[in-house]
Design a protein around this ligand. Sequence first.
Ligand SMILES: N[C@@H](CCC(=O)N[C@@H](CS)C(=O)NCC(=O)O)C(=O)O
Length: 200
Amino acid sequence: MKLYFANTSPYARKARMVILEKGLADQVETVFQNPFDESPDLKKANPLGKVPALVTDDGNTVFDSPIICAYLDSLSPETMLIPADEARWNVLTSEALADGILDAAFSIVMERRRPEEQQSSMWLERWQTGIQRTISAVDADLTPFVGDLTLAQIALGAALGYLDFRLPDIDWRASNPAISAWFADFTTRPAMKATDPANV
Ligand SMILES: N[C@@H](CCC(=O)N[C@@H](CS)C(=O)NCC(=O)O)C(=O)O
């Protein structure tokens, strides 16, 4: 299998963490692709031109990150990240919540790269407010993100790591002590350290 990824992509980081946490590293070749380099290989695998994209040994492509992570989870019974029982819906919804933080953060980063006069202050503010509101909600009830490792935890780790990496001006820690402590602990995981975008 081949995973197209970029070191700085938080979506790809989710997939890379799943590979490490599930002990699948020897089954997946990771291939760097900058999605903005218009690589024909990436576009052939995923016409959307986005990373991550996983090409299976059969030549099929699996994307986007929630599907890749679910697929990888199904390959090994070790450390199941998505429960098979009723709890799966809570885990997947909590993953979607963390991915929503990521989507808003990624949108802010892209918007800020446009010429200043073209940037939308309305959207920048809306995305930032959404991030703060969601982080406060998680801070008020961390239950879906504690206990045995799940895909929801991995997604939250990737989202908060991306905020620190690309948007350090967003001070999400100030009024959210519980999630700050959660993240401080979560970043000690070897898979978080191995995929830290600041170290590559
Ligand atoms: N929903 C997708 C988002 C993937 C995504 O937006 N990846 C970014 C890199 S962080 C990308 O490839 N962007 C290129 C583009 O938008 O053209 C996922 O979860 O995998």
